[in-house]
Design a binder for this molecule. Structure first.
Ligand SMILES: [Zn+2]
Length: 276
């Protein structure tokens, strides 16, 4: 049976007799990438916990991820006797329902109707690409992946939520779904996959393969092997960012991107809040 509930795994390190002198925050692929893009971005999102302004890209990403989760939750993966046109109808309904859930957030964006329709159509095509790949991979005959599972490593104060985990493959496979417009595997994505492999290995003592499914493309499934060297590099990056993010003082997090004040709902750019 598919395990679709969000699960949490704690990886405990050995009990520490000495009290830690330094304050460490939990880091995730998104917070690490935020810091590497711009320290101020990290400060706003992870320390000040300001809300990022919503975007249609974010909303579409959530809708598609949730629709895939529902595909397994409703056990569509066990309906191998259904014809293709029925399956297409089902995934269309799954994504349509998710857009309806997001209605309130979409309204705030003030998009033109045509623009919104384009995003909805694109997300429908993404679901077809997902379905196409599922069938090509003989998904009906295989055990369902574990969907959206969060791993925690206390040792590295690191966490990551993995979209789909195929534990029964040799080697196991960790998949991240992307709804972006390019198939380019950026450094951000590489780090994210490296972190997933590191977290998985700490828990299961085995090196998983990792993959990105670029859902905008028909042949968007890309697999990668993570080397020992890259795992070590990730550990160094994580330790380094822990060292650099101990302070709560905004001045130690300069903006290097020039966009932070526009992307976050800060007091200085909020119309409703006077500057003090
Ligand atoms: Zn910035």
């Amino acid at each position: 049976m598919a395990t679709t509930t969000k699960q949490v795994i704690y990886i405990e390190s050995k009990p520490c007799t000495k009290k830690a002198k330094t304050k460490k925050r939990w880091l995730s692929p998104s917070s690490i990438n935020a810091y590497m893009r711009c320290p101020r971005n990290f400060y706003y999102s992870k320390i000040a916990k300001l809300k990022q302004k919503p975007s249609i890209y974010l909303i579409r990403g959530i809708a598609v991820h949730n629709a895939i989760e529902k595909f397994y939750k409703h056990k569509i993966n066990q309906c191998g006797d259904m014809d293709y046109s029925t399956l297409r109808k089902i995934v269309t309904e799954l994504i349509r329902d998710e857009w309806l859930v997001q209605k309130k957030s979409i309204r705030k964006l003030d998009l033109k109707k045509d623009e919104l329709c384009l995003f909805i159509q694109e997300s429908k095509n993404m679901m077809f690409n997902f379905l196409h790949d599922f069938i090509k991979d003989k998904g009906f005959e295989k055990r369902a992946p574990v969907i959206e599972k969060t791993f925690f490593s206390k040792k590295h104060m690191l966490l990551g939520r993995i979209d789909a985990i195929y534990n029964n493959r040799d080697p196991p496979l960790l998949v991240d779904f992307k709804t972006c417009k390019s198939k380019e595997v950026s450094d951000d994505y590489k780090r994210q996959l490296g972190i997933y492999a590191l977290l998985y290995e700490e828990h299961f003592h085995t090196r998983a393969k990792v993959a990105i499914h670029f859902l905008k493309f028909e042949d968007g499934f890309k697999k990668f092997r993570i080397s020992d060297k890259y795992i070590e590099k990730i550990k160094t990056i994580v330790a380094d960012i822990h060292d650099r993010t101990q302070s709560d003082n905004i001045d130690e997090y300069p903006c290097t991107c020039g966009w932070c004040d526009k992307n976050f709902e800060t007091k200085t750019n909020s119309k409703n809040e006077p500057n003090r």
